[in-house]
Design a protein around this ligand. Structure first.
Ligand SMILES: O=C(CO)COP(=O)(O)O
Length: 145
């Protein structure tokens, strides 16, 4: 599965600890992140992460572009609800796209834990069906084939 990881500054240590705790699950997947979040995770784990721009410089929008292409299966976005962000519109747009495309998204560690444990149990297999359907449409075949 393709998973994006984003954490605001005061949530970054929580994100890093979370990634350390579930590294054995995450290493089986393709990881993306905004710039600083990914750098911090890679410093503390052996995970390989494709890093986009930092959030305020467009990173959230780059993750959003993956979602708009139906290329993302899970977003873990540890937001800071107590600190205004200069790129708040990008953050709202990213979460909106998750709802537009029905992408599982966690905005805090408690929900992330439930989703990642489900991922470890193979409960994201339905996303493969979504990808097969999308690939079929792109190749011009119908659902019944
Ligand atoms: O601002 C962010 C998300 O909105 C996160 O960006 P960084 O990972 O670059 O700090």
């Amino acid at each position: 599965m393709k998973i994006a990881l984003i954490a605001h500054d005061r949530k970054k240590s929580e994100m890093v600890n979370f990634m350390i705790a579930y590294e054995s699950i995450f290493k089986e997947h393709e990881l993306y992140s905004t710039g600083t979040t990914g750098a911090k995770i890679m410093e503390q784990t052996d995970l390989k992460i494709h890093r986009f721009q930092s959030g305020p410089l467009g990173g959230d929008q780059q993750v959003g572009a993956l979602i708009a292409e139906n290329e993302l299966d899970l977003l873990l976005f540890f937001r800071d609800p107590l600190m205004a962000q200069p790129h708040e519109p990008d953050i709202i747009a990213l979460l909106r796209l998750c709802d537009v495309y029905g992408i599982p998204v966690a905005t805090n560690v408690a929900t992330a834990e439930i989703l990642v444990r489900a991922l470890g149990r193979g409960e994201f297999a339905w996303r493969d069906v979504v990808h097969r359907y999308k690939d079929g449409l792109e190749n011009g075949s119908s659902l019944s084939e």
